[in-house]
Design a binder for this molecule. Sequence first.
Ligand code: UDP
Length: 243
Amino acid sequence: MGAIPHYKIRNIDIIGPQDQEQFIDFLCDPQQLKTGSMIAINAEKIITAEQHADLKSLIANAEYKYADGISIVKSIRKKYPTAQIKRIAGADLWQTLMEKAGERSIPVFLVGGTPAVLEQTRKQLVSQWRVNIVGYHDGYFNDQECSALFEQIKLSGAKIITVALGSPKQEFFIRDCRRIYPDALYMGVGGTYDVFVGKVKRAPKVWQNMGLEWLYRLLSQPTRWRRQIKLFKFASYYLMNKL
Ligand code: UDP
């Protein structure tokens, strides 16, 4: 397998696998499962990071930033015309990672979501792919409980930890947990558990293929409009070649 190329968008280093399979093979190399943080990059996150120095440095230090948003994929194609890159939707990537973890008995710890969604997620992962879940904790806890949770994760010996707290909360959680327990692969997954258990619907495939998943999300969860307004700022960078 050749090395995976990297691209820079707004000075963020983005790993650009050709597709999800190549990325999963790279992360779950049988010789050595990768350690570090995986962050899904989309337009909203890039703009938020430009407004918050803390988030910006956290993203700069994360090991695996991948293009989740179609705007990022289009930006890479514009800036690097020969790039062979596809959008990798975090929700799909997480499912494939869980399937692989089940296949290889890699210990997994789940963080985030409501207690009911988390419990359902855990059950489905075990029944669908026999995932070895060594611990789990819902996403509603105070600072004190958070420190105890870091210890619990460390003691569990998990090698993959997936964190569904929404952005940027999950990214900060991962950064802090890694200070206590660095030798694992962390993935921030947003509302992925909600999708997995069927509580939230993703856009139909046609919309996804047309690069309109963001629009579907906006229409089905209109309260997100404030967040998605950042897309316009990003679009101006795209149009003015400020990528
Ligand atoms: N969540 C959580 N704890 C919190 C806030 C949110 O566990 O304090 C969970 C929530 O239940 C949902 C997910 O985080 O499952 C947020 O999903 P969203 O779609 O907003 O993710 P984003 O788009 O920010 O990645």
